[in-house]
Design a binder for this molecule. Structure first.
Ligand code: SF4
Ligand code: SF4
Length: 353
């Protein structure tokens, strides 16, 4: 097991150099087009390629050089270890880097603390009976201006830190290139269509050694479910039946997707990759399930308890976002943008007279 960041990057460069000579896996994902333009793999190249890799594992099962072959190629694992290094390299502020290694404990403690704080505040406002006896309508649980102030401050905090981390990341992988809007739009298409979850047509070889679309479906459910819920909450407390139904839909999608991802993680071949994301996915499962329960219990006083669990869980996911696996949407997206931009630059050079 490689311990040091430098050793991991050097090992990734070694494996990618062999892959560049072999090129059997061309077409599985964007990584294989991106390595074509490189002779050597510097630290920034490896960081970029690691985040471009979507861990579909197709290249592992296709490869004749996996251990015990002396080449010992295992691209999904070395890309996953390199990704982790990139998170630690660009996390801001650096003092919170340790959270990346202790997400489960930090998430549990923070969620519990937020829950206790919210519970105390609600009891102070309305008394404890609203949880079991006297029904309180949703609009009255929190003063709207307090709720919205906290909500929007939290978004501002996450987006500012993501922006700082993303800027540093972009500067590093692109060597200071300007972001081009055309590449951004194409990369957005890659994200929403889950281009790199398709394994060139046969899907991800995950969790079994056969291509399938279950990982694509699970990831899409979590991603779109989260976005739907986020949009619905922006309208709190101006709740209508449509926003409640939207919220329920988002929560159902998030729960189904994260439960499927956890099941797949349990079934996956541990020889391919040692990445542990269960606590991060578990956080989304808790948010999704408490969201469903809060809606289902709306006609009873108990709804407020599930609402607070849901708020604590989501609050914790957001507060830890810049120091957790939740950096991956930013880095992966920027790598997709850079990949599109590099590709366009290469086409221009080829078409030049
Ligand atoms: S993963 Fe294996 S088969 Fe695929 S390009 Fe690399 S060396 Fe070749
Ligand atoms: S694991 Fe999948 S996404 Fe990652 S490099 Fe291999 S083929 Fe590409």
């Amino acid at each position: 097991m490689l311990q040091q960041g430098k050793d991991i990057i050097a090992e990734a460069a070694r494996q990618l150099t062999i892959c560049n000579a072999c090129r059997y896996c061309e077409g599985y994902c964007d990584v294989w087009d991106a390595i074509e333009t490189r002779r050597e793999f510097s630290h920034d190249d490896v960081v970029h390629l690691a985040n471009l890799c979507h861990d579909c594992r197709d290249c592992f099962y296709a490869c004749p050089y996996i251990p015990p072959h002396e080449f010992a190629i295992n691209i999904p694992r070395i890309m996953s270890e390199s990704r982790k290094i990139s998170y630690k390299q660009f996390v801001f502020p650096k003092a919170f880097r340790w959270i990346l290694d202790r997400y489960a404990q930090t998430y549990f403690i923070l969620t519990s603390l937020i829950f206790l704080a919210l519970m105390t505040y609600v009891v102070f406002l309305h008394g404890a009976t609203i949880f079991y006896k006297s029904y309180l309508p949703m609009q009255l649980l929190f003063p709207p201006h307090i709720f919205l102030l906290l909500e929007y401050s939290m978004y501002a905090y996450v987006f500012i830190l993501w922006y700082i981390e993303g800027s540093k990341y972009w500067k590093y992988i692109s060597k200071g290139a300007k972001v081009e809007i055309k590449s951004v739009l194409k990369a957005l298409g890659d994200v929403f269509l889950h281009k790199n979850f398709r394994g060139g047509g046969a899907g991800c070889t995950y969790p079994y050694d056969k291509g399938n679309y279950s990982r694509l479906a699970a990831h899409a459910l979590v991603m779109f479910g989260f976005i739907i819920d986020w949009l619905a909450v922006l309208f709190y407390p101006f709740v209508s039946l449509s926003t409640i139904l939207l919220y329920l839909l988002g929560s159902l999608m998030m729960s189904a997707g994260s439960a499927a991802m956890l099941i797949m993680a349990g079934q996956a071949d541990k020889n391919v990759d040692t990445a542990r994301m269960s606590s991060f996915i578990g956080a989304f499962l808790l948010a999704g399930v408490s969201g469903i329960l809060f809606i289902l219990f709306l006609p009873t006083p108990t709804w407020a308890i599930f609402f607070l669990i849901r708020d604590s869980s989501i609050g914790s996911i957001f507060l830890l976002a810049p120091f957790s696996k939740f950096i991956h949407p930013i880095f992966r997206f920027l790598s997709l943008v850079w990949n599109r931009q590099e590709w366009a630059m290469q086409q221009e050079v080829m078409q030049a007279p």
